[in-house]
Design a protein around this ligand. Structure first.
Ligand code: NI
Length: 175
């Protein structure tokens, strides 16, 4: 495993549509391991391959469901690694929320996202992956799947702010 550099604009890979993975090779397994390690060190709760300058459709997400809700019991974080992820269903409902991105350090923005999504793809063993996500987990998946399309949250944000140090504790975990 290796910690990789997280790239920022104007790196062109961030703005390109990433390529589909056709075969799960040892290099893809290595890429997933590197994404996980880089995400944890950042620290963040999601990372997409274009963010480490690799133009492939691979994302990782690590998130404890319920951790955005103080009243809900926090569950242990779950790690998802998804190859060729796609959103196959969305709710009608959309919600506004704040997002920060590891590729845009120093900023956060308010973005409207679907409240619930169904994500399909492949896991690291090449088996079918399917997840119904809601709330923050759904938001993270939408953000990461945008990354593999070359889309950044600032393209969708209603407002973007610079992070002031004193706000740090209330900010969303970057993805
Ligand atoms: Ni991001």
């Amino acid at each position: 495993m290796a910690i990789r550099e997280i790239v920022t604009p104007p790196n062109p890979t961030l703005r390109q549509r990433a390529q589909k993975v056709h075969r799960i090779t040892p290099e893809i397994a290595q890429l997933i391991d590197d994404l996980v390690e880089t995400m944890r060190v950042a620290p963040g709760v999601g990372l997409a391959a274009p963010q480490i300058d690799v133009g492939l459709r691979v994302i990782v997400v690590e998130y404890a469901e319920g951790s955005e809700d103080e009243d809900a019991p926090e569950k242990p974080p779950k790690l998802y690694a998804v190859i060729n992820p796609e959103i196959t269903r969305t709710s009608k409902d959309r919600v506004l929320g704040n997002e920060a991105c590891l590729s845009l350090p120093g900023y956060f923005g308010e973005v409207e996202r679907y409240e619930r999504v169904t994500v399909k793809g492949l896991n690291r063993h090449g088996q079918d992956f399917k997840l119904k996500a809601k709330g923050w987990l759904a938001r993270i998946f939408q953000h990461e799947i945008d990354h593999i399309e070359g889309i950044l949250y600032i393209d969708r944000a209603t407002q973007v702010w610079r992070i002031e140090e004193q706000e740090d504790e209330e900010l969303p975990a970057p993805v």
